[in-house]
Every structure is written in C-alpha cells, then in structure tokens.
Design a protein around this ligand. Structure first.
Ligand code: AMP
Ligand code: ZN
Length: 139
C-alpha cells in the first residue's frame, strides 16, 4: 500500500513549503492553492477524519490553526479567511489524512461562503427538532 502523502511530508520524504511545525502538528502551503497563501494544517497522528482524531490531538490542531490565521492574513494582506475541513469522501476529501484548509479571502475574489456548497433547500423547521434530538441521543 502507498504511504500516506501527508505522513510522507511529516517524515520529510516529500518536500513541502512548511510554515510551522511542533511536536503534534505541521502546516505547509497547499501545492495547488485556490488562493494565495492557501495553507494546510495537519496533525502528525495519522487518521482520516477529524472525528476519529484523539481529543488531545484535536486540541493541538486547533491551537495551531488559531495561531496561524493572523500571520497568514497579515502576510497575504487578507482581511478574511475561509477555514474548512473536507471530512470524508462524500465531502470532497481526497487525501485521507485529517487536514484543515486555511484559505485567505479577498474582496472580489469570486468565491462564496460555505453556504454555496449545497444548493438544496433547508429542511423544514418542523424537522429541525427531530434532527437535534437524534443527534443528542447519540452523544
Ligand atoms: P482535500 O480535497 O481536502 O483532501 O484536499 C487535499 C489538498 O491537498 C488539495 O488542496 C491538494 O492541492 C493538497 N495537496 C495534495 N498533495 C500535496 C502536497 N504534496 N503538498 C501540498 N499540498 C498537497
Ligand atoms: Zn497520514
């Protein structure tokens, strides 16, 4: 089986434009950016989906994401960022190693909000309470 491409970047076996590294996390520029400064932040612990990541690694990952937003925005002269995980194949995830996209956003960049991901209508209000209950029952 091929090694995970992001694990290979962590190991230094594949080059990257690294911008941050600590014991638990790493950040590097996306090789195919959709915006200048498009950055990926990853845990060093390999797993596919954010909800499979051990909580202590989620804490480390979140701290790294939080610390990088300001420097990335300032470096690129951006006032905003879209911050997102494609969490699973159906959500568009191509690399099966948890990664957070930090995407600098600019006036008139032509991009939209995450609400533009799906064009389907919202579920009717009467259904929201049922959905909320079913989620709460599984926590
Ligand atoms: P996703 O669809 O969320 O899995 O996105 C994977 C991202 O990884 C894409 O934006 C790719 O451009 C990026 N990517 C793939 N290989 C590399 C690499 N070797 N170095 C940097 N970014 C990469
Ligand atoms: Zn990996």
């Amino acid at each position: 089986m091929d090694p995970c491409i992001f694990c290979s970047i962590i190991e230094g076996d594949i080059p990257s434009h690294s911008i941050y590294e600590d014991k638990d996390t790493m950040a590097f520029l996306d090789v195919n950016p959709i915006s200048p400064g498009h950055t990926l932040v990853i845990p060093k612990h390999h797993c596919s989906k954010l909800n499979e990541l051990p909580p202590q690694d989620v804490v480390s990952l979140t701290k790294t994401i939080h610390s990088l937003i300001g420097p990335i925005e300032r470096a690129l002269g951006a006032n905003a960022t879209t911050i997102a995980f494609n969490n699973g194949i159906e959500a568009g995830q191509e690399v099966p190693h948890v990664h957070c996209h930090i995407i600098p956003r600019f006036p008139q960049d032509g991009g939209r909000s995450i609400h533009s991901l799906l064009e389907k209508p919202q579920p009717p209000l009467t259904k929201l309470s049922t959905i909320a209950e079913s989620i709460k029952n599984l926590m």
